[in-house]
Write a protein that binds this ligand. Structure first.
Ligand code: S3P
Length: 173
């Protein structure tokens, strides 16, 4: 039986952090952000890790963070947008808890991610390359247990649906 964490996945700008934090508060649970775990352990920012050590090292740190998650239960976890998109990662997440894909329209997601900045995976990529990145990731996100649509909805509406689906799911098992 999967662990009882709730794990949010989705592309950059999907609202995993903001919705995850609110969801955790509403459910009375702890909130964990994988990017923050990495920043704390490495002592430098995500863009800095990419600059100094490259994407491969960052992905390795993500995998280590997922291993560390095995110690947690009942938390709400926000993952980085690329974390589930390598072989074996979605399976690992699905064992750790209920995985929910926050799906959104690419242009909305990009506008939000660019507004916030500090997204090394967007730097220097053309629009076509970003579309290809997004399309290449969708098959991984699709392996989530559940999908919640964020397009055209406020954070409050998304969080309300998340609360409802998590409660329904946990009432079922
Ligand atoms: C990444 C997404 C980022 C962060 C890193 C790489 C990606 O997290 O993990 O910059 O590969 O999509 P967000 O999804 O929170 O932006």
């Amino acid at each position: 039986m999967p662990g009882r964490n709730v794990i949010l996945v989705g592309f950059m700008g999907a609202g995993k952090s903001v919705c995850g934090r609110m969801l955790a508060r509403r459910l009375g649970r702890c909130f964990v952000e994988i990017d923050d775990m990495i920043v704390a352990s490495e002592g430098c920012s995500i863009p800095e890790i990419f600059r100094r050590h490259g994407e491969t090292r960052f992905r390795q740190l993500e995998a280590e963070a997922v291993e560390a998650l095995a110690l947690k239960s009942d938390d709400v976890v926000a993952t980085g947008g690329g974390l589930p998109c390598r072989d074996g990662m979605m399976e690992a997440l699905r064992v750790l808890g209920l995985v929910i894909w926050l799906r959104g329209d690419l242009q909305d997601l990009l506008a939000r991610a660019r507004r916030q900045g500090a997204r090394p995976m967007l730097d220097g990529r053309s629009e076509d390359e970003i579309v290809a990145l997004f399309r290449g990731r969708e098959p991984y996100y699709r392996q989530a247990h559940l999908t919640v649509d964020t397009s055209g909805r406020t954070v409050d509406q998304v969080v309300a649906e998340l609360v409802a689906v998590v409660r329904a799911e946990h009432a079922r098992v």
